[in-house]
Design a protein around this ligand. Structure first.
Ligand code: SAH
Length: 203
């Protein structure tokens, strides 16, 4: 999977490639889809949610330029897979999931797999996680209509946020936002399809 779908498509950050090789994706998908765990497409995880396509997980991880000193906030824990990939590289991951069943299952799974540098919270990610802010990077894995202002506030100066922005159930644009001298510089990256950002972000 890593050689063909990840490295072959321009992911060259060594730490990201190593993380993609070491996280066992089959432990994050429902048993009936375990045989497809290393195929490069999203898979259903229940409650209308999906675990993202491995290439997109690698791409989003590379875009934030992860390093071992970083504290990262993820919105949309889902299966916990993206959080695990981040946790292989960065110092600390905080992740928020709005569907309680997913949040609890992911927290247990991550604990069982030994990711003790990940903290999961059940709640609305629109509001971020003030207590641990500011973050070196924020990774949003649900498609938002607009960028939630609380998340921008909780991003460190010089920090990077990657977020799919666009209408629900349609193609979104993955955006990179960088906070530079108090200003936000944004860049359009690639078209993506994520499940919708619910909660306050939907209003
Ligand atoms: N990162 C996940 C995949 C994310 S799917 C993985 O690696 O498996 C998107 C997730 O975002 C879903 O689980 C959905 O319930 C969650 N979500 C949607 N809106 C949210 C919100 N406002 N706050 C937190 N989580 C949200």
């Amino acid at each position: 999977m890593v050689e063909r779908n990840i490295k072959g498509r321009g992911i060259d950050d060594k730490a990201v490639l190593a993380a993609m090789r070491s996280v066992e994706r089959h432990k994050f998908v429902p048993p009936e889809f375990a045989d497809q765990a290393y195929a490069d497409h999203p898979l259903p995880i229940g409650y209308d949610q999906t675990i993202s396509q491995p290439y997109i997980v690698a791409y989003m991880t590379q875009v934030i330029r992860p390093n071992p000193q970083m504290k990262v906030l993820e919105i949309g824990t889902g299966s916990g897979y993206q959080a695990a990939v981040l946790a292989e590289i960065v110092k600390q991951v905080y992740t928020i999931e709005i569907v309680a069943e997913h949040g609890k299952a992911a927290a247990e799974r991550l604990k069982k797999l030994g990711y003790d540098n990940v903290q999961v919270k059940v709640g609305d990610g629109y509001l971020g996680w003030e207590e641990h802010a500011p973050y070196d990077a924020i990774v949003v894995t649900a498609g938002a209509a607009t960028v939630p202002p609380p998340l921008l506030e909780q991003l460190k100066e010089g920090g990077r946020m990657v977020i799919p922005v666009g209408p629900p159930h349609k193609t979104q644009t993955l955006m990179l936002l960088e906070k530079k001298k108090g200003k936000t510089v944004s860049k359009k990256l690639i078209p993506v399809v994520f499940v919708p950002f619910t909660g306050k972000g939907q209003e």
